[in-house]
Design a protein around this ligand. Structure first.
Ligand SMILES: NC(=O)c1ccc[n+]([C@@H]2O[C@H](COP(=O)([O-])OP(=O)(O)OC[C@H]3O[C@@H](n4cnc5c(N)ncnc54)[C@H](OP(=O)(O)O)[C@@H]3O)[C@@H](O)[C@H]2O)c1
Length: 297
């Protein structure tokens, strides 16, 4: 299959592309800059220049492919509504090309906006009023009735591994700057986690055989207490570990405070049963002990 991958130059995309290639697929990767184009080409994929705000480039990628993995996202947490709109328009454009073809269209999603404090399952379909991006998942699932083999992969908030520049790397940077590694309240709230390579393996399986309208959880660990994450960061940086009260979380952590204070454990039972996916890589705390999160200054 020739798979059009948006976000091919990103953290998850840079593992998905080799995984697809190793399984015998060809990849056409979207790139919005020379730097991204060079990274995508270095992974062994063909490059399509374009961007999320260039719908013609997305349609061209969709037309030139047998399936789509949509991972690109405008990660600006000061413009969350705009980012969600950009995503929805991109999905509409690519979905329209695939209508009636039964080709796969997989998009990335997450757990923001889910009800806190209980284990989320693949059957949960929260309302986008809690978080605008959820509308993208709804739009993709609706394409299942229009002849698209659509699926939504909800990635754990920490897709971890060497080279991660996401949430956990951000927490490490904050701890380094503040000289303390903090958790919020009693730190009992939990974050699910998955290793980058296990996440990539799930995406590949989903491209190959997820039925239309599937919701999948790229979650290997159901919920790692955030206090344990803060302690591992404190140990890695050799700094004290402290609790920050919930009403000071934004002052201490900035934009990531609202996420780090959330409790959103998630199950992967239905995903494993549907696709036979078995995560095999090490967990988040073991990854934090390997040292790579603390190597950069
Ligand atoms: N990593 C996680 O822990 C996690 C958790 C939950 C959900 N997700 C979701 O999974 C997907 C992949 O995440 P990631 O961690 O791989 O993100 P990432 O490392 O930040 O990569 C984002 C990708 O999107 C591309 N991109 C951003 N804006 C674009 C635009 N306007 N036009 C074209 N391409 C654009 C980037 O291209 P450049 O290389 O040019 O910047 C990059 O390839 C995202 O949808 C993300 O929200 C990730």
């Amino acid at each position: 299959m020739r798979v059009f991958v948006t976000g091919a130059s990103g953290w998850i995309g840079s593992a998905v592309v080799p995984e697809l290639l190793a399984a015998g697929h060809q990849v056409l990767g979207l790139a919005r800059s020379d730097t991204a184009a060079a990274s995508v080409a270095a992974l062994g994929a063909a490059v399509l220049r374009g961007g999320l705000d260039d719908l013609d480039s997305l349609r061209a990628g969709a037309e030139a492919s047998d399936g789509i993995v949509h991972l690109a996202y405008h990660h600006d947490f000061s413009q969350m509504e705009r980012a969600a709109q950009l995503d929805l328009h991109a999905i509409d454009a690519m979905g329209a090309v695939l209508q009636g073809t039964d080709r796969p269209l997989l998009i990335a999603s997450g757990f923001a906006g889910f009800p806190a404090g209980r284990v989320a399952t693949e059957r949960d379909l929260p309302d986008p009023s809690g978080y605008a991006r959820i509308a993208s998942a709804q739009a993709v699932l609706a394409l299942a009735d229009r002849g698209v083999r659509s699926s939504v992969v909800r990635f754990a908030p920490t897709v971890h591994g060497a080279g991660d520049h996401g949430f956990v790397a951000t927490l490490v940077g904050i701890a380094r700057d503040k000289g303390v590694s903090a958790y919020i309240g009693d730190g009992a709230n939990r974050w699910p986690a998955v290793h980058q390579l296990d996440a990539a393996a799930l995406v590949r399986l989903a491209v190959d055989r997820a039925p239309a309208g599937s919701v999948l959880h790229a979650v290997a660990e159901q919920g790692v207490p955030t206090r344990d994450i803060a302690e591992a960061i404190g140990q890695g940086l050799d700094i004290p570990v402290v609790s920050v009260p919930a009403d000071r979380a934004s002052d201490h952590f900035g934009w990531i405070g609202r996420f780090f204070g959330a409790d959103f454990p998630a199950s992967n039972d239905l995903t494993r049963a549907l696709l036979g996916w078995e995560p095999t890589r090490h967990g988040l705390l073991t990854d934090l002990k390997q040292g790579h999160y603390f190597a950069a200054g």
